[in-house]
Design a protein around this ligand. Sequence first.
Ligand code: PRX
Length: 637
Amino acid sequence: MSRFIVQRKSQYDDLYKESVENPEKFWSDFAEDSFKWHRKWDKTLSYDLRKPTIKWFEGAQLNITENCIDRHLETIGDQTAIIFEPNNPDEDSQHITYQDLATNVNKTANMLKALGAKKGDRICIYMPMTPELAYTVLACARIGAIHSVVFAGFSAKSLSDRIEDAQCSMLVTADGGFRGQKITPLKEIADQALEHCDCIKRVLVLRRTGLEISMKADRDFWWHEAFEKAHDECVAEIMDAEDMLFILYTSGSTGKPKGMVHTCAGYMVYTNYSFRNVFQYEQGDIYWCTADIGWITGHSYILYGPLSAGATTLMFEGVPSYPDMGRFWNIVEKHQVNIFYTAPTAIRALASCDLSFVNSYDLSSLKTLGTVGEPINLEAWQWYDEHIGKKECPILDTWWQTETGGIMISSIAGVTEDIPTFATLPLPGIQPCLMDDMGNEIQALESEGKLCIKYPWPSMARTIYGNHQRFKETYYTAFEGKYFTGDGAKRDRRGNYRITGRVDDIVIVSGHNLGTAEIENAINEHPQVAESAVVGYPHPIKGNAIYAYVTLRGEFDASNASSLKSEINRLVSSTIGPISKPEKIQITGGLPKTRSGKIMRRILRKIAENELDKLGDTSTLLNPECVQEIIEGRYNS
Ligand code: PRX
């Protein structure tokens, strides 16, 4: 066992100390031991966080897929790499061995090459959670193409924006995707998106649902036809450590999503390190992360982390509510899952159902539970502990972000203590700190402030694709020389962190990161809308929900309110995706503004949260009278 995989609390303390005292040696030693390199690095780290420039393992050469696949073939080639559980429980699951994975990824890689893909090209992937999605992601990495996975719940507009931003030359999609009882018409949505994109030259289409679709000659190709012709050996492209591995979009404070860039070596090193440490994966364990590969959690902890560790990772195509609310527990029993990693919003939704959905299944295979994506409230934590873990499983509350690439703050299963509602301690190698509003680091242990990371770690995002200036302004300007996470946090006297939530214009709804500006832009497209302001407010299942305040052009006939609200909802859905739909829409005569004309969202947030005693002084507003009107007209249903 590698000495970097923590077995005891005292070892955690020692490793942590070592990682702070000599970070370069720490990461260099871990990287040296744990991977297959074509060439070792000349320098472990060079950086300047004011610019920021960040380079890890400069001079090294590798291919991440050799580390995720090839190197396992001799030892565990017959072991299952991926268990695929389909949406429909009557369809057979698949057990894909590491050997099968090698063959399928190589064939997919050759298929992409035959269609013209090459190193450095950006390839957009808009697919359901099928094994072919995993093959495509890994095939891109194998040939050195940069994947940009777009979650298959996004609209045509969101898809085309992302394709254009990264100037992707190829799109891999499917005829449709199964989600519970519904089919998402992915190819039809992609066709709409491509009406606005000139950069895409080839579209590869997986047949999954049998949905009838149109295929454009010379542009669109069927997966099964191309796959059949593809050879099953493909030599991995040799990549430099800092070559781009992928782009993944996340919401920003302005309307435009940010294409976060991750690079080959650092990302590989850190996802492997954090997966093995946090989950304490042991050979033979069945590990299941319920995320979608369209999000960073799926990239890091369904694919790259587990596969580079030689794990068996389960991929589920469907949703927790189909065919009924016992589906997750049915899958745990069916595949004897040992490690289960999900989102607090799913736990809250399942906790609100009858316990018979849980109790009709045998969950005794479970030994470790995890959560990610948003703060977990005490009730949800206790329900998870009692009814799923039967009070015998550690619960890992893992804090991290698309930008961090991997888990940063979390307990380590069975090694460090878990504390309900606390993410707890940073992993060795991660140096968080809390900052006050004056820009100073808070030294006292027991404190609250803005969460920053003050020293580089290998899987940190390197830039925003095509916009380094925005990268600098978003993450490295608020606190000079430090990475600012956008989150607030508390720290207890023993150094445990509790994440309190976003301190910017991002709202986390059902674990999804939504930018309020992007939703406002979509609402403002409605011809009757003059202006809008979007805020988050607490919601019992979703964690947060969206509250939109809308002012209209001209006269408003109140009897049209409900049809107008439906139109706004449809517009948001078609512009961004259904996940961004407001829960509440209030039509109001005016929005509170400062004298310089800026909308005071803080006041609107307090009204949405029903914290009327915390509105503060409204008398200095340009239009204080509208506050009372908004309070009286508050959405009460
Ligand atoms: O606010 C934090 C919240 O999710 C944000 C990152 O979202 P995203 O980039 O979509 O990545 C989600 C999956 C890694 C963070 O800024 N968040 C994530 N994990 C937690 C969390 N908030 C509290 N506790 C967590 N464990």
